[in-house]
Design a protein around this ligand. Structure first.
Ligand code: COA
Length: 159
């Protein structure tokens, strides 16, 4: 049977429990998962790429068959370089759909051999976003329930 390696790309600034839920369920479907951290300079991330790699590695330490890397090229080029052929994305609320649909169709046009698979985020995390976590932290609110403990610590250190 074919070795199915999926790439789960995102900015992960920071990684949340919602992302971890997608990782955990993705690992049940694929033989291996590469969490690919986009540098995303346009989003002006709070954490450097190295910090984001570290926080994802620590948060996903208990999982097997997972790699955590960064990339700064076209996603489809990275997927090919890794000899993978699936892009995994989480879908949260309906508003994600339009953006995800555009991205999946653009990637398919550029690389018809690469498939995008969507996974519904667990309903408990369907409203979560990294931006909100940073905003709550900046304003002194509690956000520990949205992120793994190592991430909560790193976010607190930033503010
Ligand atoms: N649970 C909780 N939150 C989630 C989530 C989940 N399961 N899935 C996504 N999110 C949130 C993220 O926290 C993020 O929140 P924010 O906007 O407040 O920071 C938001 O949803 C979407 O971010 P993310 O999933 O990280 O995706 P992105 O839009 O930042 O990343 C890339 C998109 C990196 C995949 C895309 O820009 C890309 O492929 N870039 C490479 C260049 C390229 O190939 N471009 C052409 C694309 S067609």
């Amino acid at each position: 049977m074919k070795n199915r390696i999926a790439v789960y790309p995102g900015t992960f600034d920071p990684i949340t429990n919602g992302h971890l839920d997608v990782i955990e369920r993705g690992l049940k479907l694929f033989d291996g998962l590469i969490v690919a951290i986009a540098e995303s300079p346009v989003k002006e991330p709070l954490f450097t790429v190295d910090e984001r790699i570290k926080m994802v590695k620590d948060a996903a330490r208990k999982y097997k068959n997972i790699k955590v890397e960064s990339f700064d090229c076209l996603l489809i080029d990275y997927v090919r370089k890794k000899k993978a052929n699936i892009i995994l994305r989480g879908l949260r609320v309906i508003s994600d759909f339009e953006y995800e649909f555009q991205m999946a169709l653009t990637n398919r046009k550029l690389a018809p051999d690469i498939e995008t698979a969507f996974m519904m985020t667990a309903e408990g995390y369907s409203y979560l976003s990294s931006r909100f976590i940073k905003e709550i932290a900046r304003l002194g609110g509690r956000f520990d329930c949205f992120v793994p403990p190592n991430v909560a610590k790193m976010v607190k250190e930033k503010f």
